[in-house]
Design a binder for this molecule. Structure first.
Ligand code: NA7
Length: 535
């Protein structure tokens, strides 16, 4: 037996030191529990550690995309811009780690390879890729929903003589594209953010676009100290509003009217104001933009019209014009994205008709022709929501594999636990609002729910908790119904797993709203942890 195995079991082992893992550790400490966080990176930050590409920025406003659990923290931290950049977010997360003295219980450079349930001793044993083991009564996943980069298996990928990057695995030292011929594959949120920056540096940029996406201008700006002070003076109210809102954001308008009950002029004015406001709240201007195809078309058409106005070459504008319903793939927020296509050094390559055939020694070859490049940037997204969890060999009761259980799509009760995997909690797991919300609001709700739950178990001498399979099945049904009440399942989105070849098409997050979801979770507790098996 090696040294690590001889140690006393921990109370809890947490996987991941991003927003979720850090707050979880803080709460576990407050409960007096012995906990360790295992983190693959060499520092804290999760998403904001890895996504260092130029232009990386949050699309939720800084004053909202931050922890609410400690008033002194939210009062003392100064956000410089309306939408924080990646470096500022990373500084914030590091500040939190230091302020609450969290680092001493985080094991960095420790990527979890497996987690196995020892039913007899009621323990979880986690093994790292480096061969260390950690044993604990409870295991909590804080692995994040967008943490496993998706690199399409293009033929010849390794033969490229230039440099190849993925936005989600950006080199710490940065990249200088000056004088280079660059190709970017992908025009989702990451592509939309990185493209204008690379265009300014590179000698020439080819953008390989499979799907034209909707994007609204962020209208980012420095935060005015007076405005910040006024906001902070009412922080508790704003935070409470966010918790009860549909997507965990207090500042979004709460729609009261259908897009179809107002005149075309009134709609155009409202969309114009939404466009000028600069936020993804654009799809929340009317009650039915995400529910009714006709209503959706009115919101979609306005953005299409704007694209036509911004992009000077009509043929390029047409190729940049989306063909799906706005909001059914995640709406992007940009700074000078469409304007970038007016630059002389930028060319849009439509790969929907002539797809990428292979990566060659010299660049990218589509079925139409070859493009010579010095660097390729894959802004190709993530194996979202389930990828990072399925990447760990997780074995529950009787050795059942999580990846196998979720082969046809993820199943979890409230997105918090999955039946057959006792004492394993999932922060922002599938079947919770997670990516359909301000994820920090959702993380805090889960962390607090789990911490309260662990305190309850301890208080009542309960050693084992599992999701009841029937309750889980009913919740999966509820998640499906919530999604089907919207247009969301109609997009070819990563919410559905559509971006990863071979991934089952199942709508994974809960679309019923952050506030409603919180009520359900709270009621389950009031009902004595209804739907969970406690023993
Ligand atoms: P996304 O939103 O999944 O975007 C990935 C992009 O890459 C998207 O345009 C894809 O086209 C494109 N893609 C993926 N595979 C290919 C292949 N094989 N060929 C051509 N193009 C491809 O990821 P992001 O990183 O931008 O954003 C993820 C989330 O992170 C974002 O929503 C925020 O929440 C933060 P497609 O649309 O699938 O046709």
């Amino acid at each position: 037996m090696d040294e690590t195995q001889k140690r006393e079991p921990l109370d809890v082992v947490v996987i991941g030191a991003g927003f979720a893992g850090l707050y979880m550790l803080h709460k576990l400490r407050a409960l007096g529990m012995k906990a360790v966080v295992l983190e693959a990176a060499e520092n804290v930050g999760g998403t904001w550690y890895w996504n260092r590409y130029p232009g990386a920025r949050c699309d939720v406003e800084s004053l909202e995309y931050s922890y609410s659990f400690d008033d002194a923290l939210q009062q003392e931290w100064h956000w410089s811009e309306r939408y924080a950049t990646q470096p500022e977010l990373l500084r914030y997360i590091n500040h939190v780690a230091d302020r609450f003295d969290l680092r001493r219980d985080i094991r960095f450079n420790t990527r979890v390879a497996s987690a196995a349930r020892d039913e007899q001793n009621n323990l979880w044993t986690l093994s790292s890729e480096g061969g260390e083991t950690f044993t604990a009564r409870y295991c909590i996943s804080a692995v994040g929903c967008l943490s496993l980069p998706s690199l399409p298996a293009f033929k010849g990928r390794d033969s490229f003589a230039g440099r190849l990057y993925h936005t989600g695995l950006w080199p710490r030292e940065g990249v200088d594209f000056t004088g280079l011929r660059v190709g970017v594959i992908g025009t989702g949120s990451s592509g939309v953010q990185v493209i204008p920056h690379i265009a300014q540096q590179a000698k020439h940029l080819h953008v390989f676009q499979r799907t034209p996406h909707y994007s609204v201008p962020a209208k980012n700006r420095p935060l005015d100290p007076g405005e910040t002070a006024r906001y902070k003076a009412r922080y508790p109210e704003h935070r409470e509003a966010a918790r009860q809102s549909a997507i965990g954001i207090a500042g979004f308008p709460v729609p009261t009217q259908s897009a179809l009950e107002v005149s075309a002029e009134e709609r155009t004015e409202a969309y114009g104001m939404g466009w000028e406001r600069g936020s993804t709240g654009y799809t929340r201007i009317y009650t039915d933009i995400l529910k009714n195809e006709v209503a959706n078309a009115t919101a979609s058409d306005f953005v299409k019209m704007r694209i036509q106005q911004v992009v000077r070459d009509p043929a390029v504008a047409t190729r940049l014009t989306p063909r799906y319903m706005i909001g059914t793939k995640r709406l992007c927020l940009d700074t000078q994205y469409f304007e970038t296509y007016n630059r002389e050094n930028v060319v849009l390559v439509d790969v929907s008709e002539a797809p990428i055939d292979q990566i060659t020694e010299h660049g990218i070859r589509t079925t139409a022709r070859e493009y010579e490049l010095d660097a390729i940037v894959m802004a190709t997204g993530f194996d979202a929501i389930t990828g990072a969890l399925k990447g760990i060999d997780i074995r529950g009761s009787g050795g059942q594999s999580l990846a196998q259980k979720w082969e046809a799509g993820p199943r979890a009760y409230l997105g918090l636990m999955t039946s057959g995997f006792p004492n394993l909690f999932l922060i922002t797991g599938p079947g919770s609002p997670s990516v359909l919300s301000n994820v920090v609001t959702s993380i805090e709700q889960h962390v607090e729910w789990i911490a309260d739950c662990l305190a309850h178990l301890r208080q009542h001498g309960i050693a084992r908790m599992d999701a009841d399979l029937a309750a889980e099945d009913r919740w999966v049904q509820t998640v499906n119904e919530a999604a089907n009440a919207t247009l969301l399942p109609k997009g070819n989105s990563w919410y559905l797993g559509a971006n990863v070849e071979g991934k089952p098409r199942v709508f994974m997050p809960y679309a019923g709203g952050v506030g409603n979801y919180r009520v359900v979770c709270d009621q389950v507790v009031i009902d004595g942890y209804r739907g969970f098996l406690l023993s």
